[in-house]
Design a protein around this ligand. Structure first.
Ligand SMILES: [Ca+2]
Length: 469
């Protein structure tokens, strides 16, 4: 049927209403700016108020006073690229197949999975990525190809270079490049450049915030530190009195302070959500060059020392200042939560996380709708934490455990261990010490069945899980 033609007066009225509506929307609800500071290998206890390290972290403490600290925040894989893909897409590694840490020329994130920047851009956002990308260094996979308007930093880990302590020949095959908006600003990074990384990244982020103060923006700051090799600028050398790791943490804390100050200076504090966390737990084989976690094991394992990160979220007027939450959520929830706030459309292929804004704002009636958050290492599905945070299930898998710590930038050895079907009551036993799968056989059976259904869908080549208790 052909539409009826409108009389001339009605289109004019519609136009007027449209313009008035637009003006009202602009005045009343500017979309929130989003700042995500994502550290690399920082342990849960590396900052006050989560831990009590022997160095000062006043800016992180202030962020916690102004926002909410989340004690039960997870990443779905405690390794760099996999964790970043989950944050950027809202999908588990089991879906994106981004596993482990990608070296130079490795595939990175398949463009069929939209990044947070690609999701926010159509909603009117300016987008910047400052730091370590690690989702592909080839043409078509870099930040400028993946929805970011601006990019400064490195494409993979800062130890994938000619000065690698264990295998310089292998890692030195390709130069570590410092990129600046598509250009090779430093064609081959050396020690003196690494010392400036935290400062350069901070300056770029502050500059981006200042230039984009009149439009909504996503400012993603994935610092390459405190991943080894540790470096700090001259201003922070020896500053902590607690060794190089302390100096590095103090510079990262300074960086956070500079970013928050830039928001304040530009009158943006009230309209900005700040998320501060780490991609995974500490790389403990590096001993005095690694951070600390109170939880079991560390980076590269699916125990909480690897996959539970300290997290603070600040959103003035929305999140209660100085609050603490033990609600469980995960980095895959960031994309759907931010997309909802920004009025942006999620990809039709779907995401694994959920909009958890009520959880972030302390709505006690909110129940996390997700049954569990997948835990993987490499391509190995190793278990999950339930969405209510009550249970951690491990299915049989091998894992690395520290034999003896290294020193001064050199790693110590790991030994291999193995765990069978194990169920931990995370409310009573957050350190995963007592396997209660026999005492809670009904829970165990239900969760192993859930794991088996997930395996079938995402890891079909892995042997089936069987309940045999
Ligand atoms: Ca990492």
């Amino acid at each position: 049927m052909r539409p009826r033609l409108l009389t001339p007066k009605i289109p004019a009225l519609i136009s007027l209403l449209f313009v008035l509506g637009l003006l009202a929307a602009t005045a009343a609800e500017r979309k929130p700016n989003v700042v995500i500071m994502f550290l690399d290998d920082s342990g849960w206890a590396d900052f006050h108020p989560f831990g009590n390290p022997p160095y000062a972290t006043p800016n992180v403490e202030q962020l916690a006073k102004d926002g909410c600290r989340f004690n039960n925040f997870y990443v779905p894989q405690a390794v760099c690229s996999a964790s970043r893909a989950a944050l950027m897409t809202g999908c588990f590694p089991g879906r994106t197949k981004v596993f482990g840490a990608h070296g130079p020329k490795a595939g990175g994130l398949d463009p069929k999975f939209a990044t947070l920047a690609e999701i926010l851009k159509p909603a009117g956002y300016a987008t910047g990525c400052f730091g370590k990308w690690h989702l592909g260094d080839a043409e078509g996979r870099r930040p400028l190809d993946r929805g970011f308007d601006e990019n400064v930093g490195i494409m993979y880990s800062n130890d994938m270079w000619k000065n690698h302590p264990g295998n310089p020949k292998h890692w030195g095959k390709y130069p570590l490049i410092w990129w600046d908006n598509g250009e090779h600003k430093v064609p081959e990074v050396d020690h003196e450049h690494q010392k400036e990384f935290t400062k350069w990244i901070t300056e770029a982020a502050v500059d981006f915030i200042t230039r984009h103060k009149d439009e909504p923006f996503l400012c993603y700051i994935p610092h390459p530190q405190p991943h080894v090799p540790l470096y700090t600028s001259k201003a922070f050398e020896g500053k902590s009195g607690a060794g190089l790791y302390g100096d590095v943490m103090m510079e990262l804390d300074w960086s956070l302070g500079q970013v928050v100050k830039a928001l304040k200076d530009n009158g943006l504090e009230d309209g900005t959500i700040v998320i501060f966390t780490s991609d995974n737990g500490p790389w403990i084989s590096y001993g005095d060059h690694a951070g600390a976690t109170p939880f079991r094991e560390a980076k590269g394992t699916s125990f909480d020392g690897g996959c539970r990160s300290a997290c603070i979220v600040k959103s003035p007027g929305e999140i209660k200042p100085g609050s603490t939450s033990t609600a469980t959520w995960c980095s895959v929830d960031v994309v759907p939560t931010i997309a909802k706030l920004a009025g942006a459309k999620l990809p039709e292929s779907g995401v694994d996380g959920h909009d958890v804004w009520p959880l972030l704002t302390g709505d006690a009636s909110f129940e996390n709708p997700i049954p569990f958050y997948e835990q993987t290492i490499g391509g190995d599905f190793q278990g999950f934490i339930t969405g209510d945070g009550a249970w951690k299930l491990h299915v049989p898998h091998g894992y690395r455990s520290l034999k003896s710590p290294g020193k001064n930038g050199l790693p110590g050895p790991y030994m291999q261990k193995r765990i069978g079907y194990a169920l931990f009551d995370m409310n009573k036993d957050p350190h995963e010490t007592v396997n209660v799968i026999e005492q809670h056989a009904e829970v165990g059976k239900r969760l192993v069945e859930l794991a088996e259904a997930h395996r079938k869908e995402f890891f079909p080549k892995k042997a089936a899980f069987e309940w045999a208790h």
